[in-house]
Design a binder for this molecule. Structure first.
Ligand SMILES: [Zn+2]
Length: 212
């Protein structure tokens, strides 16, 4: 098992056994938001901010819902009736919203996910849901790239998986060096894609095809 998948399953296992992470109550989460508002320099009791801690706690349930989703549940159904289709399946331009684990600031971009099926294919929307399951966590782009590829590799039988993420990191554009528009590209290849540079070129060509 590779390190990224191992750390993910170790985290899941930790939450279920050994030293479980205690999930704070809603009240505790809202109190923490009030503390951060004070830290930012504002008054959490002023009218415009009174309901903000409640809204932030609720928003977090959606922004970080990936912790409650697993690749096994998302990729549970394989369609085998595809007339022997076994060539590349690529879903590109999957928009994702994530948060960097260093500053808890958004990074936003597109995922391109491809695989060579062995025994049938998964529903195309499932690949987008899989990207979301990893995006909706505290992340680094590098880790997320590997996690998506390894999850497909682990749950489906494939001859190879290719994942490319292309994202803008708000921690670069609104804080730190403040460089707007800089894009970070990351790739991870397994199987055929890893072993054959021509397959990597094919993937990258398909990702770019039809674009200016
Ligand atoms: Zn950051």
């Amino acid at each position: 098992m590779d390190a990224a998948v191992k750390s993910l399953s170790a985290r899941t296992a930790e939450a279920g056994a050994g030293k479980p992470l205690r999930r704070p109550s809603r009240e505790e989460a809202e109190a923490a938001v009030r503390t951060l508002i004070l830290w930012a320099g504002d008054d959490p009791s002023r009218e415009g901010l009174t309901d903000t801690p409640m809204r932030v706690a609720k928003a977090y349930e959606q922004l970080f819902k990936g912790y409650r989703e697993t690749p096994e549940e998302i990729l549970d159904r394989v369609f085998e009736e595809v007339e022997g289709y076994s060539d590349i399946v690529l879903v590109r331009d999957i928009t994702f919203y994530s948060h960097c684990e260093h500053h808890m600031v958004p990074f936003i971009g597109k995922a391109h996910v491809a695989y060579y099926p062995t025994n049938g294919v998964v529903g195309l929307s499932k690949l987008a849901r899989l990207v979301d399951a990893f995006a909706r966590r505290l992340q680094t782009q590098e880790t997320m790239t590997v996690q998506i590829a390894q999850a497909i590799d682990r749950v489906l039988t494939t001859r190879g998986v290719a994942v490319m993420l292309d994202a803008e990191h708000f921690c670069m554009s609104i804080r730190g060096v403040q460089k707007q528009g800089a894009k970070t590209l990351t790739t991870h290849f397994t199987g055929l894609f890893r072993d054959d540079p021509a397959e990597q070129v094919r993937f990258l060509t398909l990702v770019q095809s039809g674009k200016a």
